[in-house]
Structures are given as structure tokens and as C-alpha cells.
Design a protein around this ligand. Structure first.
Ligand code: HEC
Length: 159
């Protein structure tokens, strides 16, 4: 049984690769962009959880240098994963206000970029108090953007 499952998943992987291997894409499709931004957002959640555990414990701050660099890079690129026309994808929870109020959206993204920069500076300076404060600003920047520009997740029964 295990062997059959293995062969089946290998076949699926091979088909997926073959479907994309004939030519490089000219640009990402709207579906790809939604997957990219969701991936960036989900990975940011993981980076913040790790940073919180280290900042509020006594682990070495330098362990955060790489994940926080990733967060800064993601913050720089975030607006470009929302080009015009990438809102009309079935499983996207991006609000149309992103595009009708682009200046407001990019101001939120800039707030996020500054907060992640402060996290990076705190890690480089090995300053735990500064990191705790920059972490709080970063979380506030995530929420600030979501409150205006993200359709809230559907409530599950029992929530
Ligand atoms: C400038 C706006 C903005 C900022 C800043 C931002 N987000 Fe988001 N986030 C969004 C939008 C818009 C979506 C919905 C994207 C979509 O579904 O197309 C989203 C979606 C998400 C999701 C759901 C992803 C999925 O798999 O469906 C998570 C989790 C998330 N954000 C976490 C974060 C965290 C954590 C931060 C801060 C570290 C953050 N976001 C910062 C706008 C933002």
C-alpha cells in the first residue's frame, strides 16, 4: 500500500513538473501571485512566532538574523504581489479597496516595512528591549493592513 501511494505521488509530481517545464512563464499568473502572497503572509506568521519566543525568552537574538532578513525582503516586495488584476481569483481574500485606494494600501505596506527594519536593527544591535518593541509595531502593522484590506477568514462552526 505504501509503495502504491509512493508511486502515485511520484507520478503526480512528475506530471506537475512536466506541465511547467516546457517554457518559463513570461510573468506570474494571478493564481501564482495569490499563492506567492499567501506563502509570504503564512511564512511571516511563522517568523513572528519564532521571534516572539526568542525575544520574550533568553535565546540568542542572532538566531533571528536570517528569518528577520526574510521578513524585511518580503515587506519590500509585498505591494508588487498585488498588481492590478490580481484580485479576481476565487480563493483570494484581498479586498477591492487595495486597488481603489492604492495610496492607502502602500502606506500600510510602508508602515510594515519600517517596523521590520526596526526588528532587523534590534537584532543587529543585540537589543532585546528594542526587539520586543519593534515586534509589537510589526504585529500592529499586520493588523492595521488586514483591518482595511483583507476579507476576514470565514468563521468555522463553533468559533
Ligand atoms: C499591506 C497589507 C498587509 C500587511 C502589512 C500584511 N498583510 Fe497579511 N494579508 C493581506 C491581504 C490583502 C491578505 C489576503 C491576500 C489574498 O488572499 O489574496 C493577507 C493574508 C494574510 C494571511 C492569510 C494567508 C492565507 O494562506 O490565506 C495571513 C496568515 C497573513 N496575511 C498574515 C500576516 C502577517 C503575520 C503579517 C505581518 C507580519 C501580515 N499578514 C502583513 C494584507 C497584509
Amino acid at each position: 500500500m505504501k509503495r502504491i501511494l509512493f508511486l502515485l505521488s511520484a507520478a503526480c509530481l512528475a506530471t506537475g513538473v512536466a506541465a511547467r517545464a516546457d517554457a518559463p512563464p513570461a510573468s506570474p499568473s494571478p493564481e501564482d501571485l495569490v499563492a506567492m502572497r499567501k506563502g509570504g503572509m503564512d511564512m511571516s506568521t511563522a517568523v513572528l512566532a519564532g521571534a516572539g519566543a526568542i525575544a520574550n525568552g533568553d535565546g540568542p537574538l542572532k538566531a533571528l538574523a536570517l528569518p528577520v532578513r526574510g521578513l524585511v525582503n518580503w515587506a519590500d516586495a509585498l505591494p508588487s504581489t498585488f498588481p492590478a488584476g490580481s484580485g479576481d481569483v476565487a480563493d483570494s481574500r484581498a479586498k477591492p479597496e487595495i486597488w481603489s485606494d492604492w495610496a492607502g494600501f502602500t502606506a500600510r505596506a510602508e508602515e510594515f516595512r519600517r517596523a521590520t527594519g526596526a526588528m532587523q536593527a534590534a537584532v543587529a544591535a543585540n537589543d532585546r528591549d528594542a526587539l520586543v518593541s519593534a515586534l509589537a509595531s510589526t504585529k500592529a502593522a499586520c493588523k492595521g493592513c488586514h483591518d482595511s484590506y483583507q476579507i476576514p477568514p470565514a468563521r468555522r462552526p463553533g468559533d
